[in-house]
Write a protein that binds this ligand. Structure first.
Ligand code: FES
Ligand code: FES
Length: 157
């Protein structure tokens, strides 16, 4: 089946198998390997991208379901070599160890905190329940997301 979608600002059309997952389309067809696959049970969140402005696990969506949609992956977050404030916060707060979960964490976190610099520790933990870190670095991840929330709001909380 023919699909076409905007990915990181480029229109990308391909002929795909009807059963192809969006995550495989992103990684295998478009070569955007920052989006990771960490499970086959839709539990880990490593594959999180933005689909029409919502954070979604791209292993739970078929590529054909995203036909005509707008997709953003972790590769679109840094602009002109400048990290997104949430990426910078993960760096500054040591919110990663091996880094495998990090792209998905960041894509989920950006949507979770958008517009709320005062998001609480509890709300971050609850909001990121669908994202697992096998290195179990959750304390620093929560700190990073809270710092990123403040930075995204312009440094005021
Ligand atoms: S790879 Fe999608 S939730 Fe784990
Ligand atoms: S930093 Fe290793 S899985 Fe999260």
């Amino acid at each position: 089946m023919q699909v076409s979608m905007s990915v990181n600002g480029s229109i990308e059309g391909r002929d795909v198998e009807p059963r192809m997952l969006l995550v495989d389309y992103i990684r295998d067809e478009l070569g955007l390997t920052g989006t990771n696959i960490g499970c086959d049970t839709s539990q880990c969140g490593a594959c999180t991208v933005h689909l029409d402005g919502q954070a979604v696990k791209s292993c739970t969506v078929l590529a054909v379901q995203a036909d005509g949609a707008t997709v953003a992956t972790i590769e679109s977050m840094a602009v002109d070599g400048q990290l997104h404030p949430m990426q910078q916060a993960f760096w500054d707060e040591h919110g990663l160890q091996c880094g495998y979960c990090t792209p998905g964490m960041i894509m989920a976190a950006v949507k979770l905190v958008d517009g709320d610099p005062d998001i609480s520790d509890d709300a971050v933990r609850h909001g990121l329940e669908g994202n697992m870190c096998r290195c179990t670095g959750y304390a620093n991840i929560v700190k990073a997301v809270m710092a990123g929330a403040v930075a995204m709001a312009g440094g005021e909380s």
